[in-house]
Design a protein around this ligand. Structure first.
Ligand code: G6P
Length: 358
C-alpha cells in the first residue's frame, strides 16, 4: 500500500525518521533564513518574546523533553526566565503567573488534547501564545497567536525522533534571534550538528551491537546525565520504554544516590551521557558509584571530553546544541533494543501518535 512506498527501503518508519534528521536540520536552517542568509523569525513573535517577563513552555511527552532543552537555550541566549510545564498538570493547576507571561506550546501533531486545554485557558485569560508544531493548520496552530513550523515532514512512527530534534533546533533559532547574540553563528553551528548526525546515522552497526550487549536480557535500565545531558536522558529513557517495554528511567547524575541507586543490581545497564564540560568529572564520579554496586556502564561522551572508559564518542558540537546529537545514539539504541526483542517498533502497544483525549 501507499504507506509501504513512503517507507522506501526502510524496515520501519522510525529508522527512516532517525536517518532524516540531518536533512531536517538543513531544511530548518533554510526555512528560517532571510535573503542574506541570516536566521529570521516573524517580527511580531520577536516583539512578543521581548515584551514577556517570563515564558511558559507547555507540552507533553517528547515535546515536553524538547521544552526542557528549550528553556536552557532561551534563558542563556534570550535572557528571559522560562518555566516548562507538563500540559496535563497545568490544565487544572495553573501556576502563579508573572505580569507579562508568554506561552509557547510545543506539539508535533498540534492536536494533543492536554495541550489544547491549556491553550484554551491561556486565551481566555487574554495572554499570547506561540505554537511550535510540525503540522500547519493544526488545532494548536490555528488557536495560537503565532506559529513556528518544524519543517520535519510527516512523522509516522509513534516514537517521536525527528520532531524532537526539529523542535530543539527551532527553539534554538527562536532563542538566538530573540537574544540577538552576535557571537553565536547558529547557521554554521546547526550545519555542524547536521554533519555530526550523519556520522551517527552511519554508525548503526555499532549501536545495534551496543543494544544487543546492554538490553537483550535486562528488565530495567537507567540513563544518567547532568545539565543538558539530564534532559536528553529523560528522552532516551522514554524512547526505550515506549518501544522496547524495558523499564527505563532518566535521572540527574547527582540524584540517583538519593534513592534509586537501591535498584542497581549486578549487570544493570547504566547509560551515562558526558557532553557537558562543566560536569564531565562529576558525571563520571556518578558512574563510578553505580559501577561499585555492580552496574554495567555505557558512557556516551562528546569529542574533547572523552576518556578511555567511554563506549561511544559523538562528534563535537556547540555546547548548547549537544542534545541534537547525543539523542541520536539513544534513539538508535532504543530502536535496536526493540528490534532484538521482537517488538512492534512503529506501533508500540497502548500508545497513539496523537492523543486527542484529556
Ligand atoms: C503522544 C505520543 C508521544 C508524543 C506526545 C505529545 O503521547 O505518543 O510521542 O510526544 O503524544 O504529542 P505532540 O503531538 O503534542 O507533540
Amino acid at each position: 500500500d501507499a504507506s509501504d512506498i513512503e517507507k522506501g527501503t526502510y524496515p520501519h518508519y522510525m529508522l527512516k525518521e532517525i536517518d532524516e534528521q540531518p536533512l531536517v536540520m538543513r531544511k530548518i536552517i533554510q526555512a528560517y533564513q532571510d535573503i542574506n542568509g541570516d536566521l529570521t523569525i516573524d517580527s511580531d513573535i520577536i516583539q512578543a518574546m521581548n515584551e514577556a517577563d517570563r515564558i511558559y513552555i507547555v507540552a507533553c511527552g517528547t515535546s515536553y523533553h524538547a521544552g526542557l532543552v528549550g528553556k536552557q537555550m532561551i534563558e542563556k541566549l534570550a535572557e528571559v526566565p522560562v518555566e516548562v510545564h507538563v500540559a496535563s498538570e497545568m490544565g487544572y493547576n495553573m501556576p502563579l503567573l508573572s505580569n507579562k507571561p508568554l506561552f509557547i506550546f510545543i506539539s508535533q501533531s498540534g492536536e494533543t488534547a492536554d495541550s489544547r486545554a491549556v491553550l484554551v485557558k491561556v486565551k481566555e485569560l487574554g495572554y499570547k501564545a506561540i505554537t511550535i508544531t510540525n503540522v500547519p493548520g493544526s488545532t494548536l496552530s490555528r488557536e495560537a497567536d503565532y506559529t513556528l513550523l518544524l519543517h520535519a515532514g510527516p512523522e509516522i512512527a509513534v516514537a517521536s525522533t525527528k520532531a524532537y530534534t526539529a523542535q530543539i533546533a527551532v527553539l534554538a533559532i527562536l532563542a538566538s534571534v530573540t537574544g540577538n547574540k552576535g557571537d553565536l553563528d547558529l547557521v554554521h553551528e546547526l550545519g555542524i550538528v547536521a554533519n555530526a548526525m550523519e556520522v551517527l546515522c552511519d554508525s548503526k552497526e555499532e549501536f545495534e551491537k551496543m543494544a544487543y550487549e546492554y538490553f537483550t536480557l535486562t528488565r530495567n535500565a537507567f540513563f544518567i546525565g547532568r545539565a543538558l545531558d539530564y534532559y536528553v536522558c529523560l528522552e532516551g529513557a522514554l524512547k526505550l520504554k515506549e518501544i522496547s517495554y524495558i523499564q527505563a528511567e532518566g535521572f540527574a547524575g547527582g540524584e540517583l544516590k538519593h534513592g534509586t541507586i537501591a535498584l542497581i543490581e549486578d549487570g544493570t545497564p547504566i547509560i551515562a551521557l558526558a557532553t557537558q564540560e562543566n560536569v564531565n568529572w562529576s558525571i563520571r564520579g556518578n558512574v563510578k558509584e553505580v559501577v561499585a554496586r555492580g552496574a554495567n556502564p555505557c558512557i556516551i561522551s562528546m569529542k574533547g571530553f572523552e576518556t578511555d572508559e567511554d563506549r561511544f564518542v559523538v562528534p563535537e558540537v556547540h555546547e548548547l546544541l549537544t542534545p541534537l546529537v547525543s539523542v541520536v545514539p539513544l534513539q538508535l539504541l532504543a530502536y535496536y533494543a526493540a528490534l532484538h526483542r521482537d517488538c512492534d517498533v512503529d506501533k508500540p502497544r497502548n500508545l497513539a501518535k496523537s492523543v486527542t483525549v484529556e
